[in-house]
Design a protein around this ligand. Structure first.
Ligand code: P6P
Length: 335
């Protein structure tokens, strides 16, 4: 049941039955994410005013400069998820290894694990460009009540029970799926409430936007070069429009609303691409497919990839189904 402008709380209660396996725990988990999102949003919106932007002087497991807001967002989501005693373990882009929530070692019945990129695109903070949080939720595979294991996190994306993102943009939105379509909620910061502003989000039938860092053109494989030239040639409904913000959540969100493709392919500089499978590509792929789009590594479905390690990278093509399929055609020529 979808009623535009109902609050997120009302929506969760009305659609409780959709949450597979849940006895209200998944609902409480989504509720804890929305609380953390409000707290992080408050800090992101005043980043320029207080000394929490700029690199904290350390680098994360990706070897990327860790922005202070990265650290702040990571801590807030971990703290909020831990306090609700629903989650058994958390994996984050900002942490080398996964975190076990202590309660799991006792008699807690926590059965979900969360993987997240707490602040994706954080290098954009200092230049006031929108950033996002991405999360992916699985039911653990090891016995409830025992310590969580790496295998609880290394599950293929087709096992996700929920996935979503928060985009801290001109307005702050929470967009998520539990496998029954995609719904977008906009935060009213004055009231601290989220309102269903984008019910049942779907990619338009056709897309005319392509999003890729063309500065890497010389490093791309020939199939990607040919696809980019296809997007640029004057024929049929082309040339397409090039739009690339450098923030996955923002590029993805725009393309899902307007129609388009985002791709971060393999290149001679990044043989496996840049994006991480578990907490960037899988959640975005789940959302894309639920919105009638498609997500692949250029050859096969992202959600069917069997993960090998926590921070593994994969090439990523995601967006309007017809555009992803055309890109795959060009890639297949050089397989
Ligand atoms: P590049 C941000 O660091 C990110 O992970 C995505 O949000 C974004 O789309 C991409 O990397 C940008 O990478 O190499 O084009 O600057």
């Amino acid at each position: 049941m979808v009623k535009k402008n109902q609050t997120l709380g009302e929506f969760i209660i009305e659609n409780q039955s959709e949450f597979a396996y849940s006895s209200g725990e998944l609902s409480r988990l989504i509720n804890s994410i929305r609380l953390a999102a409000k707290v992080v949003n408050h800090e992101v919106n005043k980043a320029g005013l207080v000394d929490i932007t700029g690199a904290v002087g350390e680098t994360n497991v990706q070897g990327e400069d860790q922005q202070k807001l990265d650290v702040y967002a990571n801590e807030k989501f971990i703290q909020t998820l831990t306090n609700r005693e629903i989650v058994c373990g958390i994996a984050s882009e900002e942490n080398d290894d996964f975190i076990t929530i202590e309660g799991c070692n006792k008699d807690h019945k926590n059965k979900y694990v969360v993987l997240m990129d707490p602040l994706d695109g954080s290098s954009n903070i200092d230049v006031n460009v929108s950033v996002g949080t991405i999360f992916s939720i699985y039911r653990r595979v090891t016995p409830v009540g025992t310590p969580v294991q790496l295998e609880d996190f290394l599950q293929p994306g087709n096992k996700q029970v929920a996935a979503g993102y928060i985009v801290y943009g001109t307005s702050t939105m929470l967009v998520y799926t539990t496998g029954h379509g995609v719904n977008g909620f906009t935060l009213n910061p004055a009231l601290g409430s989220w309102y269903l502003s984008h019910p049942d989000m779907k990619y338009p039938e056709n897309g005319h936007i392509y999003s890729v860092n063309e500065g890497n053109y010389v490093h791309f494989p020939q199939g990607v070069k040919d696809y980019i030239k296809y997007c640029q040639e004057e024929k049929d409904d082309r040339p397409y429009t090039s739009r690339y913000i450098g923030s996955l959540v923002s590029d993805f969100h725009r393309n899902m609303i307007k129609g388009g493709i985002y791709f971060y392919p393999t290149s001679s500089k990044a043989p496996n691409g840049k994006l991480r499978l578990l907490y960037e590509c899988n959640p975005m792929a789940f959302i894309a497919e639920q919105a009638s789009g498609k997500a692949s590594d250029g050859f096969s479905r992202i959600l069917d990839i069997e993960p090998q390690e926590l921070h593994q990278r994969v090439p990523f093509f995601c967006g309007s189904r017809s555009m992803v399929e055309k890109a795959e055609e060009f890639m297949a020529k050089y397989k």
